[in-house]
Design a protein around this ligand. Structure first.
Ligand code: NDP
Length: 247
């Protein structure tokens, strides 16, 4: 589907910067990889299971790809250690386990917390050790960190609310080093996780002022601003891009 916003971003605002995107093989992460490479960043991205998609994206964009489970701190640490330098970290990897809280498998909930909460926290801290002043960290949260208007999302919402507190605190810790830390909170975005023609679309659109799913490229545009040269004073903040879902 064409980007409804009609944007066709290209630029060189990130030339000379080295970026790492955790979870870049599909969906929003893939759009972020496309945008960062288009802006000139030398980009590496990880994936969990989608090797073919990751390799196709690497081929298309010139980015480098590595398999690393975001729940595995040692694996992510090794990816970071393997980079010569690091200016930009985007933690996009995330899963959405939804269902009746009384019926859900606790192991599935814990796995989601490992990927959506422990993963971003440890990756951000480890990345900061390798970043010079001017470094940028962005975590992809969700408007569900602010608003969970339907049943079945308690555990997912808790992971995305955790991202909010994480960026506030890390911004304080890393500000003195000249590193910014921000949370991008999408509403419904057309990806494998939440297809625009999925069974919950009408329910989701009913909560929105602009009643459509976003395109992944629209979220990538917000990320590109936050990791770019104009956003040096933007930190510790939640940046919602949700068609008014949370309004
Ligand atoms: P998708 O399921 O379409 O893609 C998820 C991406 O994350 C894939 O590249 C996947 O890799 C990667 N990933 C998942 N788990 C891991 C892991 N353990 N280790 C490494 N990589 C992993 O999701 P979206 O693009 O829709 O979502 C991306 C982010 O945006 C998530 O954090 C999600 O919570 C958030 N979000 C999404 C919304 C939506 O409506 N789509 C709304 C609000 C927030 P692989 O392909 O290898 O599995």
């Amino acid at each position: 589907m064409a980007n409804p916003a009609g944007t066709s971003p290209t630029g060189t605002g990130l030339t000379g910067k080295r970026a790492l995107v955790l979870g870049g093989s599909r969906g929003i992460g893939a759009a972020i990889v496309e945008r960062l490479t288009a802006e000139g960043a030398e980009t590496t991205f990880t994936y969990a299971g989608s090797a073919a998609a990751a390799e196709a994206l690497a081929e298309k964009t010139g980015a480098k790809t590595l398999q690393a489970d975001s729940a595995d701190k040692a694996a992510v640490d090794a990816v970071i250690a393997g980079l010569e330098s690091l200016d930009i970290l985007v933690v996009n990897a995330g899963v959405a386990a939804l269902g009746d809280a009384l019926e859900m498998d606790p192991a599935e909930v814990d796995r989601m917390i490992d990927i959506n909460v422990r993963g971003p926290y440890h990756a951000a801290v480890e990345a900061a050790r390798h970043m010079p002043a001017g470094g940028r960290i962005v975590i992809i949260g969700s408007v569900n960190g602010d608003r969970m208007p339907f049943a079945g999302g308690a555990a997912y919402a808790l992971t995305k609310s955790a991202v909010q507190g994480m960026v506030r605190g890390l911004a304080r810790d890393l500000g003195p080093r000249g590193i910014t830390v921000n949370n991008v909170q999408p509403g419904p975005v057309d990806t494998d996780m939440n297809p625009a023609d999925g069974p919950m679309k009408d329910q989701m659109h009913a909560f929105m002022a602009i009643r459509r799913h976003a395109e992944p490229s629209e979220v990538a545009g917000m990320v590109a601003y936050l990791v770019g040269p104009e956003a040096g004073i933007v930190t510790g903040a939640q940046h919602t891009i949700d068609g008014g879902f949370g309004a």
